[in-house]
Design a protein around this ligand. Structure first.
Ligand SMILES: [Zn+2]
Ligand SMILES: [Zn+2]
Length: 213
């Protein structure tokens, strides 16, 4: 496989931060959620020990637990931060959400570039396709690597569950439509890497996920 995926579980919400490593040692960081100095050191230590070259930071959606490490990534690597434009309003409110959850958010940057549905992003020899999947949060996207048969689903689809829809901008029917139209149409053996919890496959979610019956 020309792409290696490394998983880190960060902050009190147990967010999966993914580092996608291409053969040429370029990497994309997805949902930098490191919060403590220890977690920041874990991530940057891994990247330097593997001699990886971060080229992009992509956030699946702007919920506070998924973006806690975004300022650190900007400081440490000064790479572009990408997100869907519809998440901007929520992102700007994140200091408020942070204090609601008792978190400290000292600085909040805005994304450097917006990504849109079906956009393709190259990393080494691999291609990442952006799937716009609203319903859990405004501007939610999934990252699909067709050749590698893997999809990063953020908080849209989990192993045996789906994202909550009771937060601002959430809508259950919109979420179910996103899952049906963008994710369940992928090949059954596509591996699912969610924003929290263990991996799965599209096939087993189609057959066993109680929220999709
Ligand atoms: Zn979320
Ligand atoms: Zn989450």
């Amino acid at each position: 496989m020309p792409l290696h995926i490394h998983t880190f579980v960060f902050n009190d919400f147990g967010v999966n931060t993914y580092v996608l490593e291409a053969d040429n040692r370029e990497c994309i960081i997805v949902d930098a959620a490191c919060h403590s100095a220890n977690e920041e050191a874990t991530l940057s230590g891994f990247i330097s020990s593997k001699k990886l070259k971060p080229i992009l930071h992509i956030s699946t959606h702007p919920h506070i637990d998924h973006i806690l490490g975004s300022a650190f990534i900007k400081r440490e690597y000064n790479i572009p931060w990408l997100m869907h434009a519809e998440g901007t309003t929520l992102l700007k409110q994140s200091p408020m959400f942070a204090s609601m959850f008792g978190l400290e958010l000292s600085e909040i940057n805005l994304p450097d570039r917006f990504i849109s549905d079906n956009e393709k992003i190259d990393i080494g020899d691999s291609v990442c396709e952006i799937l716009f999947t609203p319903g859990h949060a405004p501007g939610s996207v999934c990252l699909y690597f067709a050749a590698e048969k893997l999809v990063i689903t953020g908080d849209v689809l989990f192993c045996g569950s789906i994202g909550r829809t009771d937060l601002p901008g959430g809508n259950t029917q919109t979420l179910l439509n996103s899952i049906a139209e963008k994710l369940l149409v992928l090949p059954n053996d596509t591996k699912v890497y969610p924003g929290h919890g263990p991996t799965s496959t599209i096939g087993s979610e189609k057959n066993e996920n109680p929220y999709l019956m």
